[in-house]
Design a protein around this ligand. Structure first.
Ligand code: SAH
Length: 220
């Protein structure tokens, strides 16, 4: 993601009421921090935070955890979601982490949804293990999702989409829904668009989307 350098990144993150600096303390207990909520959802690679912020406003019974590995990008997410400091979304948590470290902060069966939106494609084969739908990540997602929990994935990248369908099948997941042209689907009505989604679709690029559930024996 291209981003202007923010000089005061650390200060922005430190001061933000939306940031959770000690996410390990909430492993398995996110709802105790947000007692008004009933469900927990996670977006991995939340970028500038538009999607999680809008979802949090729309669905107040759900805690939205937006995880982003780069501090400078996360600082943008803070600024996006703190534009009206009097009116912060009470169910939004921003966390700086790499997806691979997140088992320390998410409990088994704790999540109702995992969102991957426009994840980095890692096109070279030797980097395939870094793709967020590779078999390094899918067993973690299966562990974190509750019964009825779903993975939702949107991407402009057709090759990453095909790879992800194969990887999900190899890992025993069931794909409930898939389309190569999400914006032509009736189900798309009311869906929150991400920053990348707006950019790519305004250039006429088709958007791929799938919804999948983990193999039952792995699900909590
Ligand atoms: N979801 C946003 C941003 C997509 S770009 C949108 O749709 O507009 C992908 C984002 O994922 C980048 O900000 C990148 O820094 C982040 N990211 C990539 N790999 C990650 C990982 N392993 N853990 C956490 N964040 C990651």
């Amino acid at each position: 993601m291209r981003i202007r350098y923010l000089q005061n990144t650390d200060e922005i993150l430190e001061k933000s009421a939306l940031m959770v600096h000690n996410p390990e303390e909430y492993k398995g207990q996110w709802l105790s921090k947000y007692p008004q909520c009933e469900k927990v959802a996670l977006e991995i690679g939340s970028g500038k935070g538009k999607f999680v912020g809008e979802m949090a406003k729309l669905y107040q019974d759900t805690v939205y955890i937006g995880v982003e590995k780069f501090s400078t990008i996360l600082a943008r997410a803070v600024l996006t979601n703190e534009q009206d400091p009097e009116n912060l979304p009470a169910n939004l948590a921003l966390v700086r982490s790499d997806a691979l470290e997140m088992d320390t902060m998410i409990g088994e069966g704790e999540l109702s949804r995992i969102y991957l939106n426009f994840s980095d494609p890692w096109p070279k084969k030797r980097h395939a293990k870094n793709r967020l739908t590779s078999n390094r990540f899918l067993p973690l997602y299966a562990k974190w999702l509750n019964a009825g929990g779903e993975l939702q994935f949107k991407t402009d990248n057709d090759a990453l989409f095909e790879y992800s369908l194969e990887s999900l099948a190899e890992n025993g997941w069931t794909v409930l829904f898939q389309t190569r042209d999400w914006h032509q689907c009736p189900e798309q009505e009311g869906d929150v668009m991400t920053e990348y989604e707006i950019q790519f679709s305004s250039r006429g690029k088709n958007i791929n989307k799938l919804t999948a559930i983990p193999p039952r024996e792995l699900q909590q």
